[in-house]
Design a protein around this ligand. Sequence first.
Ligand code: ZN
Length: 296
Amino acid sequence: MLTQIQGLHHVTTLGRAPLANDTFVRLGLGLRRVKKTVNFDAPDVYHLYFGNADADPGTILTYFPRPNARPRTAGTGEVGRTCFAVGTLADWPERLGAAGATDVTLAKRFDQDILTFTGVDGDDLALIPNGGVDPAITGFHSVDLRLADIGPTRDLLEFMGYQIAGHDGDTTRMVLQNAKRPALIDLTASDLPPARQGGGAVHHIAFSVACRARQLEVREALIDDGYEVTEVRDRTYFNAIYFRSPGGVLFEVATDDPGFAVDEPAASLGNALRLPAQHEHLRHDLEEKLVPLPDA
Ligand code: ZN
């Protein structure tokens, strides 16, 4: 069993209109834009990173907003919902409605309130209160994976250091012992047909490890266990490896270092368009083509 996984690092979703996405996440959800860059693998599309004021792993929600993205078809083999922790739900229903969220619904799960809603990109999100007084999002609460068969993914998570915390209906909650980051993963069994990715679908979820050395240990262990894992990819703000979980969801393992202040001052994160060296020659083109966004 692995001991290097610390919890969640980030969740990356396929968005739609960049300006609407940026406005909803910053002003609606109240997250800070902590990086404005492009998809390193498809640089004609933004990669927008949002998180808490300190851009901590475990708070980072990112989008590839593609203006002409076809809508997704929800199904199995994907993330069903990305859930954030807040102190209190207070005025969140009104606030979300005013920001353009739809299907804002209060429900109960695992004996806790959960306010579910659909964001302007068509993504399924939720807020879960932890009993505090501050309504601001503190980071992730959990990620819910909707799967045709939860067994193999449960086994993988157990290999990654998780254990079963409980059940609620068709959902099994997995908890990471000694997590340093928000870490809960819910596995929900469903008989929906396989999902078709498009605008609003989660592209992948990333787990946190402290550094390159821990990441290489995880990579080797996963390969020994039979997973096909990519080489380490330099994402400037972290190093990443990717592998497909057995239920169909793309998993990433990302390093906490070097972090988002590696290429611009912490005080002005997210304002300037940051490009990795291999795409710097595209800057003029990209600055003309990408939809302008207001300062973060
Ligand atoms: Zn990622």
